[in-house]
Design a protein around this ligand. Structure first.
Ligand code: FAD
Length: 106
């Protein structure tokens, strides 16, 4: 299996890219899809210690899905929580869309 870092980078890429394509005015069904997806991911994520902490984060900070920016900023905060745990720098969430939608080079 992929190591925890490779898995993490790939998963964050998928999640932030989903946020970047998420509608600015999502329907109730689209909002339910994101909530369901994040809940299932937190149970299936194949790094069990990561999954356990992510479930705790979801319990204290429920997924926000009202708009693209709402979900994108929630996801940025979730990622920052992991960054903090790992001693990585905090990402400025005002820049999430520039990083993941309109694009810059990493
Ligand atoms: P990553 O953290 O993978 O980030 C990739 C890129 O995203 C960065 O280069 C940056 O451009 C951008 N970015 C960084 N922060 C943000 C942000 N807040 N918002 C938007 N964009 C951002 N690893 C562990 O060792 N222990 C854990 O408990 C753990 N839990 C995890 C839980 C989840 C749900 C996920 C998806 C991953 C988890 N990981 C965990 C993996 C960890 O978060 C990193 O992915 C891994 O350490 C590789 O880090 P990286 O420095 O390459 O950049």
């Amino acid at each position: 299996p992929a190591d925890v870092e490779t898995l993490g980078r790939g998963t964050w890429t998928l999640l932030h890219t989903i946020a970047a394509q998420y509608p600015t005015q999502p329907s109730p069904g689209q909002q339910a899809d994101i909530k369901g997806f994040m809940g299932i991911l937190s149970r299936l994520y194949p790094c069990w210690v990561c999954a356990e902490d992510f479930q705790k984060f979801l319990a204290k900070s429920p997924v926000r899905t009202a708009s693209r920016d709402d979900f994108g900023r929630w996801l940025c905060a979730a990622h920052n929580e992991v960054n903090e745990k790992l001693g990585k720098p905090q990402f400025d969430c005002n820049l999430w869309e520039e990083r993941w939608r309109t694009g810059w080079k990493d």
